[in-house]
Write a protein that binds this ligand. Structure first.
Ligand code: ADP
Ligand code: TRP
Length: 321
């Protein structure tokens, strides 16, 4: 089984990225041949600063390796080191109906937010389809917001196969329901674009301030809270604390007697210790960047060899060769 996922180098990774995509992806390393990449071509649709892109790319590489990506098991690379994916994108665009792209939620959301779209933003799901199809991927672990993009990939692959004969493997998305949508400090979906994130490797003081700043209702600590499971701090605690500990806090909150300040303090402590080992690993990696670059180069060579084969298959099928 081949597993593939990508993440854009568009800023510091947060708990939503970690629990929605990275952690499931890292666990899948044990179950098949994983290909994970840093989607730097995709980031060009909305980030226009070269220095920032280079820095973010390195940061994502460090984050992934520190969190447990094992380069002996997993092919880890930068998207643009496999330029074949850009060529396959062209082949796929020609079987992609305009209407399919016009229905994309993420595109419509961005337009609704007033972002003036470039063609890349509109065509983004076709590049994503090429990312997935060029490695004959079976399984794509992503957060729920990316599900539609994987469904579009399936539609595009089916259309190509119908037009030119069996060429591509049809992939399946994998969404982990318990972390399908991690809420941010304001209760909306945690997202860089909403400014409501808690970073995985954030500065201690800043992270504490964000967590302690979570706005709660005005009920007194003594009041029982039958809706304890909806509490934002409880939801986040369930991700970073052992299940029995989180349950205990939830029970206390429901019964009454637990103050929100104490709950948020506990959330901070658990969050901080959850990533302690990864934080140490990241500091070590940051002092050894040659190793990090070498991992990415090695991954790119393996990924490229496979991509060339699949692209060739598509070119033969469509009469380009
Ligand atoms: P952002 O919304 O912060 O820009 P991205 O769109 O770059 O995040 O998402 C990268 C990956 O992390 C995707 O697989 C996405 O589904 C997942 N992800 C992002 N935010 C969340 C969230 N709040 N809950 C669950 N998964 C998320
Ligand atoms: N679009 C994804 C995101 O923003 C990143 C991505 C690009 C991706 N190509 C992919 C994810 C292929 C999975 C598979 O999060």
């Amino acid at each position: 089984m081949r597993i593939l996922s990508g993440i854009q180098p568009s800023g510091a990774l947060h708990l939503g990225n970690y629990f929605g995509m990275m952690k499931p992806a890292l666990e899948l390393q044990e179950q098949g041949e994983a290909f994970y990449f840093i989607a730097n071509y995709h980031s060009m649709t909305s980030l226009f600063d070269a220095v920032e892109r280079r820095q973010n790319t390195l940061d994502v590489a460090l984050d992934f390796l520190a969190c447990g990506l094992d380069p002996k098991k997993t092919v880890f690379f930068k998207q643009s080191d496999v330029p074949e994916v850009a060529e396959l994108t062209w082949l796929l665009t020609t079987v992609t109906p305009m209407g399919l792209l016009e229905r994309a939620h993420s595109y419509k959301d961005k337009i609704a937010k007033g972002i003036s779209p470039n063609h890349g933003l509109f065509a983004y799901p076709v590049l994503m389809a090429a990312d997935i199809l060029i490695y004959d991927s079976n399984l794509v672990p992503v957060g729920r917001d990316q599900k539609q993009h994987v469904e579009m990939t399936r539609d595009i692959a089916i259309k190509f196969n119908e037009t030119y004969g069996q060429t591509f493997v049809i992939p399946e998305p994998q969404i982990r329901e318990e972390a399908a949508v991690v809420p941010g400090v304001d209760g909306q979906k945690m997202s860089k674009s909403y400014g409501n994130t808690i970073e995985i490797f954030g500065d201690e003081k800043a992270a504490r301030k964000k967590i302690m700043g979570i706005v709660m209702d005005s009920r007194t600590p003594q009041e029982p809270k039958p809706d304890a499971d909806k509490n934002l701090a409880i939801q986040l605690l369930k991700l970073v604390a052992p299940a029995d500990v989180a349950k205990d806090f939830e029970d206390q909150l429901r019964a009454g007697g637990l103050g929100y300040g104490d709950l948020k303090k506990a959330l901070f402590e658990h969050y901080w210790s959850y990533f302690a080992a990864a934080r140490a690993a990241r500091a070590e990696l940051a002092a050894n960047l040659d190793y990090v670059h070498q991992v990415l180069r090695g991954g790119a060579a393996k990924a490229r060899a496979l991509a060339q084969q699949v692209l060739k298959r598509a070119k033969v099928a469509s009469g380009l060769e």
